[in-house]
Design a protein around this ligand. Structure first.
Ligand SMILES: [Zn+2]
Length: 133
């Protein structure tokens, strides 16, 4: 058992660029068992598709975060609306993943809640909660 585990840990996977034959690209990486990716040779002659995807997802996240924190419509409809505009990015970044990011962005945009009942009472005494009463 122990030996098998040790062997597994030593296993390294090698990948070469999927566009190698089209672009004569020497790009290659190795992926260690613990998930670390080491670049052996960077891409040459073309832009890495993964970079493009990462950029797409990055932009998509920015839009989702911005809208979640500035608009009041439900996060789900917001996501659905944006995913129709950014079809590729939405395919890479599904709602199940986006949900917590968006919730977080929205939570941060809300006014801070009083820390305690005492704080709340102080706010009340100062007349700051008149619109509630
Ligand atoms: Zn390449």
């Amino acid at each position: 058992m122990l030996l098998t585990d040790r062997k597994k840990k030593l296993t390294t996977f090698y990948y070469k660029c999927s566009k190698a034959s089209t672009y004569f690209c020497p790009g290659s990486i190795k992926k260690l068992r613990n998930g670390t990716v080491v670049i052996i040779k960077p891409h040459e002659g073309h832009v890495s598709e993964q970079n493009i995807s990462q950029q797409l997802v990055h932009n998509f996240c920015d839009i989702l975060k911005r809208r979640a924190s500035t608009e009041n419509i439900s996060l789900r409809s917001l996501y659905d609306e944006e995913s129709r505009r950014h079809v590729v990015a939405a395919g890479l970044y599904p709602w199940s993943t986006a949900e917590s990011l968006m919730r977080h962005a929205r939570r941060r945009s809300l006014p801070r809640l009083p820390n305690s009942l005492l704080d709340l009472a102080t706010l009340f005494d100062n007349g700051k909660l008149n619109n509630v009463s």
